[in-house]
Design a protein around this ligand. Sequence first.
Ligand code: ATR
Length: 277
Amino acid sequence: MRYLFGLIGYPALHSQSPWIHHQFLKQQNKQGLYRVWETAPNELENTLNAMKTLQVDGFNVTVPYKEKMLEYVDRVDPYAAKVGAINTVLFQNGEWIGYNTDGKGFVRSLQESYPDVNLEGLKVLIVGAGGAARGIYTAFLEKGVQRVDIANRTTSRADSLLTINDYGISSTATSLQQAEEALSQYDVIVQTTSVGMSPKDAQQIMKLTNVKQGAIVADIVYKPLETSFLQDAKHCGGRPLHGDGMLVYQAALSYEIWTDTTIQADKVLQNFKQKQK
Ligand code: ATR
């Protein structure tokens, strides 16, 4: 069997996904191709029709189509429906089935990097309330953590995320300032905004002075790998979790859905780190 996978998004040409998925295929001695279909909004239907004709085995969906893809799949996995976005589509028995692996990829990256962490006892703070935060929030709820709060510049946006929580898990929405003051209560802090992404960006989303010693501080940005947020976290006694883990593990979960196999993603993450150096 020769697999055909891909990515649809705009922009998408600089994506690392082809490299990552080709590594997965190589690891399993499988034949296949992962192709990027960079698609402007006025070409979306055209490209999707072409992908259907080509019988693409599975594809990823990135900005700005993750929510919109809900309209185009035949079925949606209940978890992806909860997140309200699709990043993975599986072609099976003539149907497109939508999944979401973003948040789960983050949690898997956390577990792989810090195997000592017991998810059930965790108090988590998510900084930001955009699409990425939504996926990570849902994944932590699904895992049954002790509490998970959301801090955002616009508090009403954080409030709206709370409606996902029908798990009975303690969860509140706060301002960035409130969260900054209460930082010492959290075991895991996840930065999901684009603040600090540019090396020129001296701005910091929040001060980490109050971080608990040994708390895990994550940034989902992987370029630069060592964001100023993570540098600060280390100075303040936090343990860093870099954004490249989420990238590789969400890809691994997509690949596992498409091929119904298990991938050793830690090896690919090591190779990815080497390549990025
Ligand atoms: P994504 O889907 O990638 O998560 P998004 O939906 O645009 O992106 O969300 C961006 C997040 O970054 C939001 O939480 C946003 O805060 P607001 O909801 O208040 O807009 C946050 N963000 C972006 N720029 C920011 C800044 N300069 N300061 C604070 N938060 C910022």
